[in-house]
Design a binder for this molecule. Structure first.
Ligand code: PMP
Length: 396
């Protein structure tokens, strides 16, 4: 039977960029020991107080349907996380940040309209635009520019049918935290050209250098920004699938209506746990932040500097990008060889767009006793592959 062209084009060519991860998972399931530095799933679970709030809610019978837009308590708790004035009615609770991204795309794109996706980008982005019937326009953020967004390059790529720019700061995979001036330039461009800004801020709690800026915090950004957020990273709650979209009431109301056709609301006991986490879980979030901060510092020290590789020190987030172009391999080839030889799984930079080609992304999602030896093996493999000229120049 015929399938819609829309669904067939969500993942064109069948390669969704997760090949190495799937291979590593199959090896682990077959009993091999694989160090998983590939996907962004924490080894740190939610705090015991959050789990207790969930079981209390379950025991109290919060097991029925819930308001599709989110419980009043959770919407208020999410609104209170924003630095700029935000009403609970401006928050739509979604099934993870991912469903928030999809809902935001559905809210701003008509079929065939385009959305700028800044490259490197989280691996689902282009698929999410296509799933909503849109067309991604990929605009590179250059490695030489610290992977910061370039408003001039975005302006040059705009088409008459472009409706939105999707940005992600702190950025997955680059670790870039967008500067205040870059955010201001994006807001100015969006205002001038009547564009939406879809601002994915799921890593806002993990900033190591500089400070997190949201386009919504600027007066000109507020009416044209949809912020996507999540409990996944800040509170180690990936499996709770709790995220949100924050924006102008008219857009949020429509996004809540979309929820009626998809998830029909999040389980009440999960929303109660999430509300508890936001109201009382700052210590738990601080603990997660501290652990990632310590891992980042230890990882930078363990890796040192090439031959064969160059570390891109992350200003935010829970990943580290390694430039391995000196090895002469693509990120795909390097990651495949690393998995084969060392039983270490990382993500090829190419999974996140052409701007991160020749890089691999290392998730800092395992504790130091496993992480640091794995990083030394990665550095050793890169050094062994370093092309003679590069190795010579690094040694000199
Ligand atoms: N945005 C970015 C940049 C991400 O890295 C992720 C998850 N890795 C998400 C959104 C979605 O997260 P979730 O659906 O778990 O909230």
């Amino acid at each position: 039977m015929r399938l819609s062209s829309r669904i067939q084009h969500v993942v064109p060519g069948g390669d969704d960029g997760w090949e190495i991860y799937y291979r590593a998972r199959a090896m682990a399931e077959a009993g091999e020991t694989v160090t998983m530095l590939s996907i962004g799933d924490h080894d740190i679970g939610p705090d015991a107080g959050i789990v207790a709030a969930l079981t209390r809610s379950l025991a109290a019978g919060h097991t029925g349907y819930t308001p599709v837009e989110g419980t009043g308590e959770l919407r208020a708790a999410i609104a209170a996380t924003r630095p700029e004035p935000t009403a609970p009615e401006q928050v739509a609770v979604t099934c993870g940040g991912q469903a928030g991204l999809f809902a935001a795309m559905m809210a701003v794109l008509d079929p065939g309209e385009s959305c700028v996706v800044l490259d490197p980008y989280y691996a689902t982005y282009a698929q999410t635009v296509r799933a909503a019937g849109g067309v991604p326009i990929i605009v590179p953020c250059r490695a030489a520019d610290g992977f910061q967004p370039d408003a001039g390059a975005i302006r040059a790529a705009l088409r008459p049918d472009t409706r939105a720019v999707l940005l992600n700061t702190p950025n997955n995979p680059s670790g870039a935290v967008y500067d205040a001036e870059r955010i201001a330039a994006l807001v100015a461009l969006a205002e001038e050209r009547g564009l939406w800004l879809i601002s994915d801020e799921v890593y806002a709690s993990q900033v190591w250098a500089g400070s997190h800026r949201s386009p919504r915090a600027l007066p000109a950004g507020e009416p044209r920004t949809l912020v996507v957020g999540s409990m996944s990273k800040s509170h180690g709650m990936t499996g709770f699938r709790t995220g949100w979209v924050i924006g102008p009431r008219a857009a949020v109301d429509r996004i809540c209506e979309l929820g009626v056709t998809t998830t029909y609301g999040l389980p009440g006991f999960i929303q109660d746990a999430a509300a508890h986490a936001l109201r009382h879980g700052e210590a738990a979030a601080a603990e997660i932040r501290a652990r990632y901060g310590a891992r980042r510092a230890a990882a930078l020290a363990a890796l040192g500097s090439g031959p064969g590789f160059r570390v891109v020190p992350p200003a935010g987030g829970m990943y580290l990008l390694l430039d391995i172009r000196e090895t002469g391999l693509t990120g795909d080839a390097f990651a495949a060889r690393l998995l084969e030889r060392c039983r270490i799984a990382v993500m090829p930079g190419e999974s996140f767009g052409a701007a991160a080609a020749g890089h691999v992304r290392i998730a800092l999602t395992v504790a130091e006793p496993l992480l640091l030896p794995a990083l030394r093996e990665i550095a050793a493999m890169a050094a062994g592959l370093a092309m003679p000229a590069a190795a010579g120049s690094s040694a000199g």
